[in-house]
Design a protein around this ligand. Structure first.
Ligand SMILES: Cc1ncc(COP(=O)(O)O)c(C=O)c1O
Length: 403
C-alpha cells in the first residue's frame, strides 16, 4: 500500500464504488443495450432554449457580471422565488427563505446527512431505495432501518414500529421512486405524515421525478400535505431537482425546509462549495420560467412511449415466473426473478450472451436483500432496442431457469 493509501480515514476505507457507475464501461460498448443508467435521455434536453438563455445572460453587461461572480450560498434569489412559487400555493405560500439551491439534489442528500446524522443514529429508508441516498447518508455512519416497499405501497405497520423506536428521519420517494417506480396512495401519504407527527420524526421527501408523471392522477406531495395542515412547524423537508426536467448537466437542485435548518445548511454549503454556479442557476431560472410547461408536456410524451415499449416487451416475452412493476411515472421498472435466481449472475450471462445490462437489485437494499430483483431503466435505449433487449433478457432467464 502507498503512503497515501496508508493515511486513509476509516470513512474513506469503507467506501465502495457504486454498482451503477461500475457498469458505465459496459454501457458504452458497441451493441450493448443498457437498461442500467438512470440518466435522462439527452434527446430531450432543451438545447436551443439553454443556448439562447446562455447567450442572453452573457450578452448583458449587468447580468454577465453577476453570472460569473461568486453568489449567495442560499442560491440565486429569482430561482429560489421560482421554486417557492411553483411548490407553494396561495393558501400556504412557501417563502424563498425556505429554499436553498444545491448542486443537484444529490448534494442536498449529503447535506441532510451532515445536518442530522451522528454515527450510529437510526435512519429509516424504504427497501428498496435510491442507492445515492444510501451512499450520501452512509458517509455519516448511521444504522439503516429498512421498511419494505412494493407495488402496493409501504408497510405502514413496520414504519410505525420503527418510528416508535426512534430515528433521525424517514427518507422516502412518494412518486415514481428510484428504483421501483412506486407511487404511494393518498391514504398512505396521509398516514406517513400523521405517524411522523405523532412520533416527531422528520420526513425527507425526495421528488426527483415530480415532472415525470406519465399516467394516472397526480397526488399531493408530503410537502403539500404538511404545509396545508395547521401544524405549527413543518416536519417535511423536500428535495427537488432540474436534472430530470431540464438537464443534469447544470447540476441545479434544491431543498425546501424550515428556516432554522436552512441556516445550518447555508453554513454547510459555505464549507462545501460556497455557492452553486451562478451562471448555471441563472440559465436554469430563465429556461424554467420560459419553457417548463411546454417542455414538460413533450418530455412526458417521450417517456410514456419508452415506458409503454418496455411494459409491452415484458408482457410479450417474460416467463410467468417473473413479475414486474407498472410505474405511473419516472424511468424505472422493477423486476422480480424466480425465487433463488441471482440477478448478479444473470447480469453476467445477459451481458455475455445478449449484450444486455441492468442494475442488480441488492445494491438498492441497505440490508443486502433483494438478490432476485433488478432495475430496468427505459430512459436511454430506443424503443427498438427496448424490444430486442427485453426479448434477449427473457431468453437468458428462461435458459437459466431450465438449467
Ligand atoms: C431519487 C433520486 N434522488 C436524487 C437524485 C440526484 O439527482 P441530481 O443530483 O442530479 O439532482 C437522483 C438521480 O438519479 C435520484 O434518482
Amino acid at each position: 500500500m502507498s503512503a497515501l493509501e496508508n493515511q486513509l480515514s476509516d470513512r474513506a476505507n469503507a467506501l465502495k464504488p457504486s454498482a451503477i457507475r461500475a457498469m458505465a464501461k459496459q454501457a458504452g460498448m458497441p451493441g450493448v443495450v443498457s437498461f442500467a443508467a438512470g440518466a435522462p435521455s439527452a434527446s430531450q434536453f432543451p438545447f436551443e432554449a439553454l443556448r439562447g438563455a446562455t447567450d442572453a445572460i452573457l450578452s448583458d453587461p449587468l447580468r454577465r457580471a453577476e453570472a460569473l461572480q461568486y453568489g449567495a450560498s442560499e442560491g440565486y434569489l429569482p430561482l429560489r422565488e421560482f421554486v417557492a412559487d411553483q411548490l407553494g400555493s396561495p393558501e400556504w405560500p412557501i417563502s424563498p427563505d425556505d429554499v436553498l439551491i444545491t448542486s443537484g439534489s444529490q448534494q442536498a442528500l449529503e447535506f441532510v446527512g451532515k445536518t442530522f446524522i451522528n454515527e450510529g443514529d437510526r435512519v429509516i429508508a424504504c427497501s428498496p431505495t435510491y442507492v445515492g441516498a444510501l451512499q450520501a447518508f452512509g458517509l455519516f455512519e448511521p444504522e439503516f432501518v429498512a421498511i419494505p416497499l412494493n407495488d402496493s405501497g409501504l408497510d405502514l405497520a413496520a414504519l410505525e414500529a420503527e418510528l416508535k423506536a426512534g430515528a433521525k428521519f424517514f427518507y422516502v420517494m412518494p412518486d415514481h421512486g428510484n428504483p421501483n417506480g412506486t407511487m404511494l396512495t393518498l391514504a398512505q401519504r396521509k398516514a406517513i405524515l400523521s405517524l411522523a407527527r405523532q412520533y416527531e420524526i422528520p420526513i425527507i421527501e425526495d421528488q426527483a421525478y415530480d415532472q415525470l408523471q406519465l399516467s394516472g392522477e397526480r397526488l399531493p406531495t408530503l410537502l403539500e400535505l404538511d404545509r396545508a395542515s395547521d401544524a405549527a412547524a413543518p416536519i417535511v423537508s423536500y428535495l427537488g431537482t432540474f436534472s430530470k426536467s431540464l438537464t443534469p448537466g447544470l447540476r441545479v437542485g434544491w431543498i425546501i425546509t424550515a428556516q432554522p435548518i436552512i441556516a445550518k445548511l447555508v453554513s454547510i454549503k459555505q464549507a462545501s462549495d460556497l455557492n452553486s454556479g451562478m451562471l448555471n442557476q441563472m440559465i436554469v431560472n430563465d429556461v424554467a420560467r420560459d419553457i417548463m410547461v411546454s417542455h414538460g408536456t413533450k418530455l412526458r410524451a417521450f417517456y410514456k412511449g419508452q415506458r409503454d415499449a418496455m411494459l409491452n416487451a415484458l408482457k410479450a416475452h417474460m416467463p410467468d415466473t417473473v413479475s414486474w412493476t407498472k410505474p405511473k411515472g419516472g424511468m424505472f421498472v422493477w423486476l422480480t426473478l424466480p425465487a433463488g435466481m441471482d440477478a448478479g449472475a444473470l447480469l453476467q450471462t445477459a451481458f455475455e450472451q445478449e449484450r444486455v445490462i441492468f442494475v442488480p437489485g441488492a445494491s438498492f437494499h441497505s440490508d443486502g436483500s433483494g438478490v432476485n430483483t433488478l432495475r430496468l431503466s427505459y430512459s436511454l435505449p430506443s424503443t427498438q432496442q427496448i424490444a430486442d433487449g427485453i426479448a434477449g433478457l427473457a431468453r437468458v432467464i428462461r435458459s437459466l431457469s431450465a438449467g
